[in-house]
Structure formats: structure tokens, C-alpha cells
Design a protein around this ligand. Sequence first.
Ligand code: DC
Length: 226
Amino acid sequence: MTRWSRTVVAVDGPAGSGKSSVSRAAARALGFEFLDTGAAYRAIAWLGLERGVDFDDSSAVAALVDELDERVTTDPDDVRVTVGGVDVTDAIREPRVTSVVSAVARVPQVRERLNEHFRERLDAPGLPGIVAEGRDITTVVAPDASVRVLLTADESVRVQRRRAELSGASTADVTRLVVERDRKDAQVVDFMTAAEGVTTLDSTSLSFEETVDAMVALVREAAAGA
Ligand code: DC
């Protein structure tokens, strides 16, 4: 028996696997909400940059969580992120934020606080289900989710997809970016191997739509079997 008050779909995966866009589209197709957990880590990184925090000082980074007043909306058609009322939806995607966010994700006190926050969001009243994506959702945040998916793709495919998003970047640069992100994040949580009970969805030879359809099918199968 799950303790969740609604259907929780947990999605993990490495950089460039399509985690975010596929999860969002699947949520839309299912009539569910969508929770981008990475956005909260990015909001803290943004706040740290605003405050001029030393990201090597983990207690200074941990202290940011106490003053963090972030809101991440869960409408898959309109994901907006605010910190203290300031709209940072675009700012948190800037390279300066991406380059320090792993230092935020490494701090255990930050992870514990955010994980509690994510669990509250997953269980909050709202639409009949929610798709949540992030590095440790299937293993730490919601190991008892209704459906758990590890979305993967071969590294060369993930690099090509990221490259399409970053116009003008060379394959060598994007390979470095993707590999480096995975290496840093893998120091904190293992998101490359599926934990027991987690379904691996390999999108290497699937189109975007096929991947979304496969995820939606997994959720419907689980609902039919429940
Ligand atoms: O998915 P993303 O690029 O927006 O994630 C930003 C950072 O936060 C990245 O370093 C991974 C980390 N993260 C995490 O450790 N746990 C999560 N549940 C979500 C993101």
C-alpha cells in the first residue's frame, strides 16, 4: 500500500536523457501536475550568487535554505519559479547558475530540507497525479511512488540532444559539459543504474513522442494493475 494520496510518478535519469521535457509532456497527457525538483536546487544556487556566497563553504550554502522563499508551479503548461517574489524562471537556467548548482546539491542539509519539501508537494491536494523528476526521486524522495522510471539514452545521443538545445556549441564542448555534469551529480546520487522496482526506459532509438507515449503507457499499466 502506498502512503501517497494520489498517483506519484517518479522519474530519474542522467543529463540530456530528456527527463524534464518527457516528464512534462507525460504529465500533460495524463492530466497530472509536474514537479521539476532541480528547479529548487537551481533557485538556491541563484540566491547564493545574489548573496555572493562562497559555494565551497557548505554551511553558508546550507544557511541559504533558511531564507529561501521559493515557489515552483506544477502546471506542466506553465512552470514558473520565483524566489522572494522575483521571477527567476529564465535566470536559473543561465550557465552561471548551472556551473554552481552541483555545489548546492552536494550539501546534505540542503538535500534533507528539499526532500521534505518535495514530499509535501507530491502529497498536496490537487490533480489526481503528479510526475516528479530529479536525480534521486525514485530512490530517496519517493521510493514508494506508484510508478518509478529511470529514463536513459546512450551518451552520444544525450550529447546530440543537449547540443541541439545549445546552439553554436561544438560536440566536444557539449560532451565535456554532459560528462562533467553526470560525474559531479553521480558523486551525490547514483542515477545511472535502476534501483530495484524501477523501470528503465531507454530512449536511445525513440523519438520524443515515442518516449512520452512509453512513459504514459507505463503509468496506465501500473494504474490498471493497481
Ligand atoms: O535537473 P537539473 O539540471 O535542473 O538539476 C539541477 C541540479 O540539481 C543538478 O546538479 C542535479 C541536482 N538535483 C539533485 O541533486 N536532486 C534532484 N532531485 C534534482 C536535481
